[in-house]
Design a protein around this ligand. Structure first.
Ligand SMILES: *[C@@H]1O[C@H](CO)[C@@H](O)[C@H](O)[C@H]1NC(C)=O
Ligand SMILES: *[C@@H]1O[C@H](CO)[C@@H](O)[C@H](O)[C@H]1NC(C)=O
Ligand SMILES: *[C@@H]1O[C@H](CO)[C@@H](O)[C@H](O)[C@H]1NC(C)=O
Ligand SMILES: *[C@@H]1O[C@H](CO)[C@@H](O)[C@H](O)[C@H]1NC(C)=O
Ligand SMILES: *[C@@H]1O[C@H](CO)[C@@H](O)[C@H](O)[C@H]1NC(C)=O
Ligand SMILES: *[C@@H]1O[C@H](CO)[C@@H](O)[C@H](O)[C@H]1NC(C)=O
Ligand SMILES: *[C@@H]1O[C@H](CO)[C@@H](O)[C@H](O)[C@H]1NC(C)=O
Ligand SMILES: *[C@@H]1O[C@H](CO)[C@@H](O)[C@H](O)[C@H]1NC(C)=O
Ligand SMILES: CC(=O)N[C@H]1CO[C@H](CO)[C@@H](O)[C@@H]1O
Length: 504
């Protein structure tokens, strides 16, 4: 007699599913599911995030990958993202038009409530926001002669340092933030190289493109031309004074602020209000000052020009201020600002029409890049216009990169297998449940219910052998533990009467 030892582990006895559709459904389902799972796993696991710097985070985020529009619970691990950057007060910056360089001087947010209506911030938190609502509060022209370096003197006896004060806003994540910028323009700065004498210097502008950024190309031409014209005029005025043995101007400053009554025509000589001081060096430490009060408090360029007030540089200085005003608005991308020389061909022609006259009144510093009027050159330069600007800076971004071949294969394979196994279990559980509910004998082995089929012999051979050996042996209970899932287990329990028979 064989001894019966029961292990705590058991094995399953399987029966083929009695459905004609089962095999094709499983094979087709397997293929479809494999394709679907591979697709999903590729999207959610196929990429690594790597750190990169980008100067255009909006494009970096939006270009990203083909499934970036998918719900984030699938793709959160592979979505490209960028951090905003902090631009601290006193930092130099420039825009993506790559023209002038600005210093950030003040950052604040409007605050309601307590008496102090602005909250000063240490830095501008910036995420490629378009610069908005810029206004130029004033433009100052500082004139100097003998106090400059010998190097600068060789280019031009007089120098002009132009400084503009600008306020702008951005619409950021934390709401509207305002900031002040200043920019300085000096065509012959202290760092100019002596080897560039009699050449176009191109100072203060980072880059120029007469095709793509024609407005700024003309802005630079206007600025350098009126800078050269103004400084040479100062030189002529002093030479004349010396001729007549009269004391001459040693230094001077002019401040241009937009006229209160917001004039929209930039050609108008009332466009700016002007205030100024000129110091006349009388020698032996004596000096006198020229200021507007000398002329019945008149502050407009039109008035000063009309009465031919000394020194006679008002038109050149006014044109220089207007050139800088327009160049800054163009550089900062102020699309909606109407008073702008560089936006309109006729206005630009008006301000460039004196270029040939100006070229007869320049010192050794050669202006440029354009030295002829707009109508003559417009076929060779691109279209005028103002485009929106952003501050140029670098952002730290995390962008997805496809894993290497072997790594990708393994990752997707493992994830696919997990999904396929889960799907198989769910499918067989459901099928078993439906089948068992419909058919009472479905959880009995085929031999027990007296049926015969092609697939059951192997499973039941041991059982059949035993029953032929001893016909008295009965199996009372055959249980199928369907909870075990894919492998059906049939528990054969010998009844107590069978036990008795064996013992006999
Ligand atoms: C600067 O950036 C803005 C916003 O992205 C864009 O519209 C504009 O064309 C850019 N300008 C240049 C010169 O690249
Ligand atoms: C910034 O500009 C505003 C408006 O022009 C001015 O009131 C403010 O004083 C400026 N801030 C600084 C620090 O210059
Ligand atoms: C870039 O994206 C930020 C945040 O979405 C937005 O505030 C900014 O205006 C965008 N910049 C451009 C140039 O579109
Ligand atoms: C100075 O005077 C001389 C002759 O007296 C004259 O030739 C010259 O053109 C004058 N220069 C100016 C700048 O007036
Ligand atoms: C030269 O100076 C004299 C004397 O101050 C003045 O009368 C004359 O208008 C000046 N000429 C020029 C061209 O500045
Ligand atoms: C400008 O206008 C304001 C009020 O609108 C006034 O207080 C100020 O005195 C004006 N300034 C000048 C220079 O006219
Ligand atoms: C401002 O412009 C008006 C003309 O619109 C002019 O009459 C006035 O004198 C100008 N004010 C100053 C201070 O220049
Ligand atoms: C151009 O020159 C003419 C004649 O000298 C003068 O009336 C006009 O104001 C000048 N225009 C500019 C923009 O300098
Ligand atoms: C209206 C008026 O008083 N105008 C005077 C302003 O000053 C100039 C020069 O000082 C005089 O010539 C004007 O008469």
């Amino acid at each position: 007699m064989t001894s019966v030892h029961e292990s705590i582990f058991s094995y399953g006895i399987s029966r083929p599913y009695p459905f004609r559709w089962f095999t094709p459904v499983v094979i087709v389902g397997f293929l479809v599911a494999t394709a679907l799972f591979t697709f999903l796993n590729f999207a959610s696991n196929g990429y690594d995030l790597i750190v990169q710097t980008s100067s255009d985070p909006n494009t970096t985020i939006s270009e990203g990958i083909w499934f970036r529009k998918w719900p984030s619970y699938l793709t959160s691990k592979v979505k490209p993202s960028c951090q905003s950057t902090d631009i601290h007060v006193n930092t130099l910056l420039f825009t993506n038009q790559t023209a002038l360089t600005y210093t950030l001087t003040d950052v604040w947010q409007a605050r309601t409530g307590d008496g102090n209506n602005r909250a000063v911030l240490p830095s501008l938190t910036y995420f490629n926001n378009v610069i908005d609502q810029c206004s130029i509060s004033s433009i100052e022209v500082n004139l100097e002669a003998l106090d400059r370096s010998g190097n600068q003197f060789a280019f031009s006896e007089w120098g002009a340092k132009v400084r503009a004060y600008v306020s702008c806003t951005i619409e950021g994540a934390a709401g509207r933030t305002s900031f002040n910028l200043t920019t300085t323009y000096d065509y012959v700065p202290e760092i100019v190289s002596f080897s560039d004498l009699y050449r176009f210097l191109g100072t203060n502008f980072l880059d120029r493109d007469k095709e793509k950024r024609a407005s700024l190309y003309w802005g630079e031409s206007l600025m350098s031309m009126y800078w050269a014209y103004l400084t040479r005029s100062m030189q002529d005025i002093r030479a004349n004074a010396t001729n007549f043995s009269e004391p001459s101007i040693r230094t001077g400053t002019m401040s241009f602020t937009p006229n209160n009554s917001s004039i929209s025509d930039i050609i108008d000589l009332n466009f700016f209000e002007v205030n100024y001081r000129f110091v006349i060096d009388k020698g032996l430490g004596d000096f006198s000052v020229i200021f507007p009060g000398l002329y019945n408090d008149s502050l407009s360029v039109a008035n000063l020009n009309g009465i031919n007030a000394y020194p006679y540089i008002w038109i050149q200085a006014d044109s220089l201020a207007k050139s800088i005003y327009s160049t800054i608005l163009t550089d900062l991308g102020q699309v909606s600002s109407t008073p702008n020389i560089l936006n309109d061909g006729d206005t630009l022609q008006y301000f460039t029409s004196n270029f040939s006259l100006a070229l007869q009144h320049i010192a050794n510093a050669r202006p440029g890049p354009a030295t002829q009027d707009y109508d003559t050159l417009k076929a060779k330069t691109g279209p005028l216009g103002v485009a929106p600007s952003v501050i140029s800076t670098n952002y730290i971004c995390q962008i997805p990169r496809l894993k290497s071949g072997g790594n990708l294969f393994l990752t997707v394979l493992v994830a696919d297998l997990v999904f396929l196994q889960a799907l198989w279990k769910i499918f067989t559980l459901a099928t078993d449940w439906l089948w068992l509910r419909k058919t009472a004998s479905a959880n009995q082995c085929q031999g027990c219910i007296g049926g015969s089929g092609a697939g059951h012999q192997r499973d039941l051979s041991d059982f059949a052998e035993r029953s032929s050996e001893d016909k008295t042996r009965r199996f009372e209970e055959v249980g199928i533990n369907i909870m075990e899932g894919s492998r059906r287990r049939v528990y054969h329990r010998q009844s107590s009467s069978q036990q008795e028979l064996l013992q006999r």
